[in-house]
Ligand binder design. Sequence first.
Ligand SMILES: Nc1ncnc2c1ncn2[C@@H]1O[C@H](COP(=O)(O)OP(=O)(O)OP(=O)(O)O)[C@@H](O)[C@H]1O
Ligand SMILES: [Mg+2]
Length: 646
Amino acid sequence: MSYLELRDIRKSYYLGNQEFKVLKGINLNFERGEFVSILGESGGGKSTLMNIIGGLDSNYEGDVFLKGESLRHETTKQLDAYRRQTIGFIFQNFNLISHLTILQNVMVSLEMTSLSHAEQEERAKELLDKVGLTEHIKKFPNQLSGGQKQRVAIARALASDPEIIIADEPTGALDSENTKEILQLLYQIAAEGKLVITVTHSQTVADYGTRIVRLADGQISEDIELKPAYPADSEHELATHTLRFGATLKMALDNMKYNWKRNLLIIIGAAIGIFSVILMQGLGNGVQGYMNHEIYSQINPNAVQVAKNVSSDELAEGSKKVNLTNQDRQRFEKIKNVKDVQEGYYVQGGTRLQNGKKTANLQMMQTYNDTIKKKSIKQGHAPKNGEILLTKENAQKLNKKDTNALIGKKITYTQTVMNDQKQPVQLKQDLTVSGIASANSGSTSVTYKTLKQMYADQNIKLAPNFMTVVIKGNAKNVKPVQTKIKDYKTGKKATYTITGAGAIVDTLNTYIDLAVNVLAAIAGISLLVSAIMIIVVLYISVSERTKEIGILRALGASKGSIRNLFFSEAFFIGLFAAILAIALALLIQVGANSLSQAGIHYAIMQISGSNIAFGAIVSIVISLLAALSPAGRAARLDPIESLSYE
Ligand SMILES: Nc1ncnc2c1ncn2[C@@H]1O[C@H](COP(=O)(O)OP(=O)(O)OP(=O)(O)O)[C@@H](O)[C@H]1O
Ligand SMILES: [Mg+2]
């Protein structure tokens, strides 16, 4: 059994229906220690044969046996491993990766071995030393002469210590001096006991070997042994694996560095979208916070007003349905975190204040309750029994010049109400002005007790038409209480409604949320543009790197690794775009807030941790999604076609 055996290899190319037979039944046996030169006319099928031996082409008839095992039994992955481990390729046009240094070019192959990183680097340096390039390891391929490039390629081919070296016209692009050096190296490899198969046009090259095989008309026309084969080495191929994810990440990063100007532009482009989304969310948080802050500086967030949920008709009739009872009070008191339930009454119209000749008709009067913040009382104090708190507006009607002079003075309060017989009755009482409240906080108010007494004086029993539920602790406790109250049903209808400023805050927040989401979605459209941009760039990258893909495949990288290479690139675009966007957004936040602090004493931009996380995740996910199609295309590229891509 020979080390490598070709049995009846046939291969045709088809142009349309027309068949072009290139190989017409090749039978050859090879042993390690041989230096075989394959000669033949141009277009005779030498490269085709080498691609078959090298496991790059599996679309042929016949069989290739390695140590008696047919390559036909191999899966795609096993063929990748065969190329990595058993085959070392050397090409006429060197096929080095132009954006990697000499050392990195050799390292690519070594990264697919089981050696540790330090061992890989040591071996790469050893191999480069062996081919005489120690001084050049930091150079890029375009900084080397042809002979030097081919020596790099030889070092790379030897990286995983393969048993077979396939060289397709390795000296075709070299002058005679360099040819000699390369042949010397190949000779040395064979002498060390490996199988070297070289395609050549040159008889001088062929004379270097141990054996000459001539190809003519798709068949072997001559097979001459010049010298006996060198003794085979003891087999010690390195264990290999395809490019690990870490390696593809690093390669992607290297490539991005190489094309840094273009990639920077892409990253900036992608960052704009993410940046706008983060900024919108931060602004939304800020505006919402500011609104709530403003409202809650006037009203107490821990007190909500609850009324019966009645129709406007029932309300107009003065139906008893609007009244809240002891049963309602008990319900509220039972809810978790409720500290107090206060009775309240409000009237619209029919109420009048009089100070001497001056009068003020009240559009609305409600009893004093805990939703009104003590802070909003600018002068004086909250009303006690027999007292009245005036809004600034009403106070001005009663004493234009000096509203403060009203405090402590008695004014006359009148209100027209219906008695139990539906007859209008007038309540009338002198009340002391307790204080003046700021214009936009609540209403002119008396205590519930004061009002109840006025009703009682006319033999009418006052029932509350709203209750103030006071909630203890943090403002966060408020929402669950509100929800509990809203959940009570009478039939299908909610029993209660939340009224007063607290209810507005909720609605307002809903609207702000909506507005922010709409703005963020509009900003999100620019993400679509980013995604398309990334797709285009990755497609360009794939076509620019077609040759590199072919090289990597020839070195034994799997399709999956090629795919990962482009996913890695996309990942970095997403990551860097996110970092840039976040940094920019935070910078704008600092600027905007220092302005808004000066103007409205409030930080109007509040980018939260989750906004940042959201931006980062969206950026990376979009980039990876954009990479799906280009990465798939790269993985599907045919390695032979890619290698011949110019
Ligand atoms: N992908 C392909 N599609 C169609 N025909 C092809 C393809 N690749 C090679 N051929 C044809 O197959 C024949 C053998 O090509 P091959 O490259 O193996 O020749 P070669 O012996 O290596 O020639 P050279 O010495 O010029 O490199 C040629 O006629 C070529 O045109
Ligand atoms: Mg060829």
